[in-house]
Design a binder for this molecule. Structure first.
Ligand code: SF4
Length: 289
């Protein structure tokens, strides 16, 4: 099974396994359902999957199909033994029409409805890591309680005994979240996967740094253009969805500056760059004053 002789950061593996085992909801009797392991098909979730396999605890490995996953990701996820593939009630295309607008960085409705659904009142494990974004270091930790009735979530440290006790006995309803590899670096992730002989999602071998939905508004403009160059059929399906969205807006009497679905697509794909251009113009005008 091992693709290389040592996993250099074995201490991180030990700590991550300790986090998983010490909070096992079934073994400790504070929940009657096993861990819900969120599996996206990306490298971090592969680490998570292998750690849970090593840990010996009970868990459900769940992949939320979004309807805009890359075909390579769909095939890869289907090849993973035991994975539960959960299909959404609505496709991205129908969601765009229903919401009367494309998903954007600010109005990211698709994540809630497609990618992050499921796991309510379960103990969810994710592959979230601080190294993925600067903001995460301040807002995330190895343990979290997300209650639908609370605006803010409770964030705790799984390596602290008192925090663990508080987490287990907290009476708040909602999603409990364990992020066992929160402190892993990219190198830790790749070394671990090599050590355990994980072949990973083939998109990494095609030069992709992140595995996400096709056309995700959270990606940079150049990444989105590259993705639409690779999957032109998805470009056509998005444009068709924008056509239906415009028809629905007109039927509702909603205002719109877009005349055609192609204009919507161009605005949508270049929105990050355009926003930056506007910001740069504002900065330049401030300098001129
Ligand atoms: S497209 Fe992006 S924002 Fe939408 S569900 Fe996928 S990852 Fe989330």
């Amino acid at each position: 099974m091992h693709g290389q002789t040592t996993f250099l950061n074995w201490n991180k593996e030990r700590i991550a396994l300790e986090r998983i085992k010490s909070l096992d909801p079934i073994a400790h009797g504070y929940m009657d359902t096993p861990y819900y392991v969120a599996y996206s098909g990306g490298k971090d979730s592969d680490v998570l999957r292998i750690l849970f396999e090593l840990s010996g605890v009970k868990y459900d490995l769940v992949h939320n199909h979004t309807t805009v996953d890359a075909p390579e990701t769909v095939h890869y996820v289907r090849s993973i033994p035991g994975v539960i593939i959960s299909k959404p009630e609505i496709t991205m295309w129908d969601l765009i029409v229903k919401k009367r607008m494309p998903p954007t960085r600010i109005v990211r409705y698709c994540c809630t409805e497609l990618k992050e659904r499921g796991g309510q009142d379960r103990f969810v494990a994710t592959g979230v890591r601080w190294a993925e974004s600067v903001g995460r270091k301040a807002k995330r930790n190895s343990l979290e309680i997300i209650s639908p009735r609370m605006k803010d979530k409770i964030v705790l440290n799984a390596d602290n005994d008192e925090s663990r006790r508080m987490f287990e006995t907290c009476s708040l309803q909602g999603k409990r979240v364990l992020n066992p590899i929160i402190d892993w670096t990219d190198d830790d992730v790749w070394e671990f996967l090599r050590y355990y002989g994980c072949r990973s999602n083939p998109l990494y071998g095609c030069g992709f740094k992140r595995i996400g939905c096709i056309g995700c508004p959270m990606a940079q403009d150049h990444e989105r253009l590259r993705v639409f160059g690779r999957y032109p059929q998805y470009r056509a399906i998005y444009i068709h969805a924008f056509n239906r969205m415009l028809a629905a807006r007109r039927a509702d009497g909603l205002p719109t500056d877009w005349q055609t679905e192609q204009q919507v697509f161009d605005w949508w794909v270049h929105s990050t760059r355009r926003r930056r251009e506007v910001e740069d113009q504002i900065r330049l005008s401030e300098v001129a004053i």
